[in-house]
Design a binder for this molecule. Sequence first.
Ligand code: AMP
Length: 216
Amino acid sequence: MKNIILLGPPGAGKGTQARSLSDKYGFVQLSTGDMLREAKKDKSKLGLKVSNIMAKGELVTDEIVIDLIKKKIINTTNNKGFIFDGFPRTLAQADALGNLLNKVNQVLDYVIEMYVDDDKLVQRITGRFSCSSCGELYHKITKIPKKTGICDVCGSIDKFKFRQDDNEDSLKTRLLAYYRDTSPLIGYYYALKKLKKVNGLGSINEIQDAIRNIII
Ligand code: AMP
């Protein structure tokens, strides 16, 4: 069993890699962004509460995301481990995650920092979209569906959608939040001897090989 964090700015490719590694190796992907988007879609109390914050690109409170992760860690029985994608994003979240794993007698194995230049992030983020039926991620330049309008994975027709927060204004705020609140985690996990670095600029397969060489 391995527990892994993918750490990096918005657009670094965390979601794409987490999804693919989970499919191939049986990890359970825990993405707080996906969980919050689900809550928004269901129009739950939580969804309504976080909707504006997410649209602006700000971070939701530690309390909310820690609670979401806590429920998943406690209720998931799997022997392959978790891939955390988009969590933790603050030092308080990192501390909470350490405590939660400890409680269920698990450890964190690797934190993989995916680094990418900021100007590349804008290009990546403004071109991405996903299938609203199965969640498969695409990009208008680097990963286009084989048949226009049809999802490669589930075959849904015209179900592609862009994220509300994938625009330049919100991206500025998200990058600021990354450098201010999340990047200190690089030093934190370096000190704990968990940190590995992967260049997030290659092709999806190249990056996946680099990650696989570390974790498998
Ligand atoms: P993501 O899909 O990871 O880019 O997350 C989308 C948005 O959800 C972020 O811009 C935040 O508003 C919120 N969010 C996701 N994960 C977290 C987290 N761990 N802490 C705080 N806010 C989060």
